[in-house]
Design a protein. Structure first.
Length: 340
């Protein structure tokens, strides 16, 4: 639950804060393979995170970590100390807080749930082991103290997947691009260097939608209480077509495919010229000086018709429309009727 998640996160931080001096150290990112780093590390420094084929994070004594980075840099190898708040996470020194964390976390997760098939663990070498079977206090503590085998875990991500990085900063995006199949879509939800984090978040949500994932936008906004207050403006007149740029429009005829006649149909009346018309905004859709009914409008009418024939609310029924053909433009010079 969310309550358990927040309490577990609190105790992860609290266990370190009360024994900060005993787990003080440093961490650094190194551009070497897991094996190469292991052969060169001095005593007191360990491999903490296997990020990628040529990316490893080391952890341990601060002075030794810095000395290793200086030596690696002198050889032309990327090595940079990272901000770990002065703590040597995922190192043997963290064993000092193991019992404190277990005692604090066990009451929070008295009945741990089984780990789902989609949960790929990066902290347990044997995913079929008892430790990896549930999201228990023991699993959480092991995750905090053990090396992060990220590179091994992402190898199990299928080639047609969408990876969504939920973190204060999309730190792993570059590693994911180098490691995963080229068809995998990588999306980072946050960027600490962005001027507007909300814009970054919404942009990421849009990319997830473009990748084919259904998004429930209602969850992003406060629940609307109906009926809305008197005087609430209509949305229709607020939308205007953007004519700031010119775009070439292909004018060609596409031969229609033969097929059976429709089983049913619906007729829609479009009148942009009536004084109280809700369709007047369509007149702003101009191409070559002519007001045209938007092609996307035909798609919406097809969507509405299908739902109408099936007795469904089209605003709550997502559809996928494929194999569309455009035969001619519909000019809005007078009130029209469209049969679908």
């Amino acid at each position: 639950t969310r309550d358990q998640t927040m309490k577990l996160a609190y105790h992860r931080g609290h266990a370190v804060s009360v024994r900060r001096e005993e787990v003080r150290g440093s961490m650094a990112a190194v551009g070497m393979s897991w094996e190469e780093v292991g052969e060169q590390l001095p005593e007191g420094v360990v491999r903490a995170c296997h990020n990628g084929a040529d990316s490893v994070t080391i952890s341990g004594d601060a002075e030794k970590v810095k000395a290793f980075c200086d030596a690696a840099t002198a050889k032309g190898v990327f090595a940079k100390v990272v901000d770990s708040c002065g703590i040597c996470f995922h190192s043997p020194a963290m064993q000092l807080i193991k019992d404190d964390m277990l005692n604090a976390m066990r009451p929070i997760v008295p009945n741990p749930k089984p780990r789902s098939a989609r949960w790929i663990t990066s902290s347990v070498r044997d995913p079929d082991s008892e430790l990896a079977a549930t999201c228990s206090a023991e699993y959480q503590v092991n995750n905090y103290l053990s090396p992060v085998l990220f590179h091994n875990a992402v190898q199990k991500i299928p080639a047609n997947a969408i990876t969504i990085e939920i973190a204060p900063h999309c730190l792993m995006r570059a590693v994911l691009r180098r490691t995963l199949d080229k068809n995998v879509i990588n999306i980072g939800m946050m960027n600490m260097r962005a001027e507007n984090e909300m814009e970054t978040f919404l942009d990421a949500v849009g990319k997830i939608y473009q990748a084919g994932v259904s998004i429930n936008i209602d969850k992003l906004y406060p629940e609307v209480s109906y009926p809305v207050p008197k005087g609430t403006p209509m949305l229709g007149p607020m939308w205007k077509w953007d004519h700031s740029g010119d775009f070439a429009v292909v004018d060609c005829r596409v031969s229609a495919r033969s097929g059976g006649g429709p089983a049913a149909s619906a007729t829609y009346s479009i009148d942009c010229f009536a004084a109280d018309s809700k369709d007047a905004y369509l007149l702003d859709h101009c191409i070559d000086g002519r007001a045209l009914f938007p092609f996307t409008g035909h798609m919406v009418l097809a969507w509405r018709t299908m739902c109408k024939l099936k007795g469904l609310d089209y605003t709550k029924t997502p559809v996928v429309i494929e194999d569309m053909h455009v035969y001619s433009a519909t000019i809005l010079s007078k009130a029209i009727k469209l049969d679908v």
